[in-house]
Design a protein around this ligand. Structure first.
Ligand SMILES: Cc1ncc(COP(=O)(O)OP(=O)(O)O)c(N)n1
Ligand SMILES: Cc1ncsc1CCOP(=O)(O)O
Ligand SMILES: [Mg+2]
Length: 225
């Protein structure tokens, strides 16, 4: 029997289409700018949008991502991910557990889990997650996180031994994303640096290029070429 066709999470820039950063700009316009810049992974993070509006926004953003060939993950809400036809969900400590998200979404969905260290990453793998979001890597004002800032060294130590691909989050910006990528991170998740830019598409292009440059450096150090 054929295995289910779960998409793999593209490596590189991972953008948050977030309603708390620059709230006056509608989510669909944020998504349009991000996708115009070639974003390949978009997480729809809605913390202040009323539920029915959130469902409508999710349907619109997921459809736009699918037209652009990008992966769209819904933050927190498995119900919205299901109803909007998203590729998957990202869950943390205050959301449904990864096992339950997987049970509801099925084997074809991508499930990402927030972790703070290696033990959490092992647990996420056992729970059926596809990747982990590890942070905060740097200081951030976008979310008050109840965990210490890892710094690049602490982040890299987890990346080296994580059983799942690691996406770094928290204070990731144009000035540090190449260094983050050079640790071997699978992705760099960015909210404010991209959403506060005047030209979202151009910022996506620059962030993606910087991540890819850093990742290339990592593979040269590793002796891949
Ligand atoms: C890629 C990625 N990693 C971590 C998080 C944080 O998720 P969570 O801990 O559930 O916090 P909220 O984003 O829900 O406030 C994330 N969203 N994405
Ligand atoms: C959701 C989340 N979890 C840890 S930091 C963070 C916010 C990241 O936002 P920014 O890229 O603006 O620091
Ligand atoms: Mg959450």
């Amino acid at each position: 029997m054929n295995a289910p066709a779960r998409p793999s999470l593209p490596r590189g820039l991972y953008v948050l289409c977030d309603d708390t950063v620059r709230p006056e700009l509608p989510l669909r316009e944020k998504a349009a700018g991000l996708l115009a810049g070639g974003a390949r992974v978009v997480q729809l993070r809605m913390k202040r949008t009323p539920l029915r509006e959130a469902l409508a926004a999710a349907r619109e953003v997921v459809a736009a991502c699918r037209r652009a060939g990008a992966v769209c993950l819904v933050n927190d809400r498995v119900d919205l991910a299901l109803l909007s036809g998203a590729h998957g969900v990202h869950v943390g400590d205050e959301d449904l557990p990864a096992e339950e998200a997987r049970a509801l979404l099925g084997p074809e969905a991508l499930v990402g889990v927030t972790v703070r260290g290696l033990e959490d990453a092992k647990a996420a793998r056992a729970a059926g997650a596809d990747y982990v979001g590890l942070g905060p890597v740097f200081g951030t004002t976008t979310k008050q996180v109840n965990a210490p800032v890892l710094g690049l060294g602490g982040f890299a130590a987890v990346v080296r031994t994580s059983p799942l691909p690691v996406v770094g989050i928290g204070g990731v910006k144009l000035e540090n994303i190449a260094e983050l990528a050079a640790t071997g991170a699978h992705g760099g998740a960015v909210a404010s640096d991209v959403l506060l830019a005047e030209d979202l598409a151009e910022r996506v292009r620059r962030l993606s290029a910087a991540f890819d440059r850093g990742a290339q450096g990592a593979s040269l150090v590793g002796g891949d070429v």
